[in-house]
Design a protein around this ligand. Structure first.
Ligand code: ZN
Length: 214
């Protein structure tokens, strides 16, 4: 018994020495720290997949560090009466053209857009600060827009569910708490955005995110 144990120990010590010498010879002493695991993202439709134009890496003066998440609405009833067959992808293509050609912004002002069916679309590169027609400075804000006019209609359950998933992911990614979530009208006197019905959902959204972050 003792002899077996001793020989096993000898074998183990030998393998350990081999392993350690292997490690020492393979791993450089100045090995970089392992990358932090990224939190899993909800399904997000990429810009190329909705027919948008992906833009180049933002200019350094447009980059920012995300410290807040700010919720918006489209501000137009979806679907519009004059376009009953409109699709979110066609709308996003028009929005991108308008943003760039009429407004002379670098891109769609929001970083993410959520359609009534709960699909999340990537729009502006989150590394670039957003844009606004109102007086607040969107630097440091991740901008999330839900399609519809929530002064006169209700966000769908699918939209609210997707918003929760997106907000949880953004909060994890940027090291934020649920208290970092607010809406456009919390920063601007010039707007009712995100509309009465969505504004009323903000405390519940924040609470849902808070629960998920713990
Ligand atoms: Zn807004």
């Amino acid at each position: 018994m003792t002899r077996i144990l001793a020989s096993t120990l000898t074998a183990l010590t030998a393998s350990l020495a081999l392993l350690m010498s292997g490690c020492a010879s393979l791993a450089p002493t100045s090995a970089p720290p392992p990358p932090q695991p990224q939190p899993p993202s909800p399904p997000i439709v990429a810009v190329d997949a909705w027919g948008g134009q992906s833009l180049a890496v933002p200019a350094p003066e447009l980059t920012h560090r995300i410290r807040r998440i700010t919720v918006h609405h489209q501000g137009e009833v979806w679907p519009a009466a004059q376009r009953p067959d409109d699709t979110p992808t066609a709308y996003l293509q028009r929005l991108q053209s308008w943003s760039r050609l009429s407004k002379r912004w670098t891109d769609i002002p929001y970083h993410y857009v959520i359609a009534p069916d709960g699909r999340i679309y990537a729009t502006r590169d989150p590394a670039a600060r957003g844009d606004t027609n109102t007086e607040y400075d969107p630097s440091g804000h991740a901008l999330v827009m839900l399609m519809g006019n929530f002064e006169v209609q209700e966000p769908t359950a699918a939209q609210l569910g997707a918003a929760t998933e997106l907000l949880v992911w953004l909060a994890r990614q940027h090291g934020l708490t649920a208290d970092a979530i607010a809406s456009h009208r919390d920063f601007s006197q010039q707007t009712v955005c995100p509309g009465r019905a969505l504004y009323a959902q903000l405390p519940a959204l924040r609470e849902a995110v808070r629960k998920r972050l713990h």
